[in-house]
Design a protein around this ligand. Structure first.
Ligand SMILES: [Zn+2]
Length: 332
């Protein structure tokens, strides 16, 4: 049955540590009963069930391979299996391998860091998915035999996004050179385009745009303010954008051990080089000329900050500002 296209925020917390108040980052576009999921943070499968959208699962798009965007990806299939076994195959789009050990950030001087899975330290979407099938082979095998489930394997079709030739990107130092958006898929009246965004040292990291007969929506993924994102979002109706609170606070953090201080410095460096502060997100929306800015991927994501704080912090943008909340539904 055809329904009005809509945008649903399944989860709105940023970062891997589960929030007591918000589900992990995940958003959905629904067109004609088809569910397009962008990112699968912790709780995404349950949130899809709560929104009654799992049955229409059609496409999954991962912006990048940080765990807070991927950890519930395979669960959509492993746990959602009783429902989606009746679906046509679900096509999943996302990053390919980052490029091996050379694509990892260098060790900090004086602090050697172990390398996990050194033979293949930067697997992409295909290998990530295959490893999940192997890890859960016992569960999958017994349920197909005992419960008569349809084979899970053909239900999940992975596609690693190939960059247009000549883009010249290479992680972790050159993650988002200027480029034009490229088409991911155009089908059933929905056109999906993508571009590289600035989430160093992660490479590749994508933002996605959906153009539908009812309107358009752009999902920033994780990014610092980024010209490629502005270009992708130009003239879109809705920009769903990540944000972290950079409002200055009084006082200090008290006594910190040397280890804690080192960790805090690394965390701060990551935030300012790879994410978008509240003080700048309005400018991104204004430059793109979007009608509506929807804030999500909140850091902090534990709801200690009231909605008014986020709204007031957006400057330089005259359009509508929406403070995202879990299971919020919006028109496209
Ligand atoms: Zn990230």
């Amino acid at each position: 049955m055809a329904t009005t296209p809509k945008l649903v925020l399944l989860g709105t917390a940023g970062g891997p540590l589960p929030s007591p108040a918000r589900s992990g980052i995940s958003s959905v576009v629904v067109v004609d009963g088809r569910t397009y999921v962008v990112d699968c943070g912790g709780g995404a499968t349950r949130q899809l069930r709560r929104a009654r959208l799992l049955g229409g699962l059609h496409r999954v798009l991962l912006t990048h391979l940080h765990s807070d965007h991927t950890c519930d990806f395979f669960n959509l299939f492993l746990l959602g299996w009783p429902i989606i076994q009746w679906n046509p195959p679900v096509h999943v789009f996302g990053p390919g391998p980052a490029g091996g050990a050379d694509a990892l950030p260098p060790d900090d001087a004086g602090r050697p860091v172990a390398t996990h899975n050194p033979a293949n330290p930067t697997p992409g979407l295909v290998e990530l998915t295959e490893a999940q099938f192997q890890a859960h082979a016992y569960d999958i095998n017994i349920r197909m035999r005992e419960a008569g489930r349809h084979d899970l394997r053909p239900l999940l079709v992975t596609h690693e996004l190939a960059l247009p030739t000549g883009v010249g990107a290479w992680g972790p130092d050159r993650v988002a050179p200027d480029m034009d958006p490229f088409v991911v898929e155009e089908d059933d009246g929905v056109r999906i385009t993508a571009t590289l965004v600035a989430h160093a040292p992660v490479f590749p990291a994508f933002a996605y745009r959906f153009d539908t007969p009812a309107g358009s929506a752009v999902f920033s993924g994780d990014t610092a303010p980024c010209l490629n994102l502005v270009r992708l979002a130009r003239g879109a109706g809705t920009l769903v954008h990540e944000v972290f609170d950079d409002t200055p606070v009084d006082g200090d953090n008290g006594e910190m051990s040397e280890d804690e201080a080192w960790e805090a410095r690394r965390r701060h460096h990551h935030m300012v080089t790879s994410h978008t502060p509240l003080s700048a997100v309005g400018r991104v929306a204004a430059e793109a000329g979007v009608r509506r800015l929807v804030l999500t991927h909140f850091i902090p994501g534990d709801d200690v900050l009231p909605d008014e704080h986020w709204v007031k912090g957006v400057t330089g943008f005259d359009g509508e500002v929406v403070v995202g909340a879990d299971l919020m539904e919006l028109s496209l």
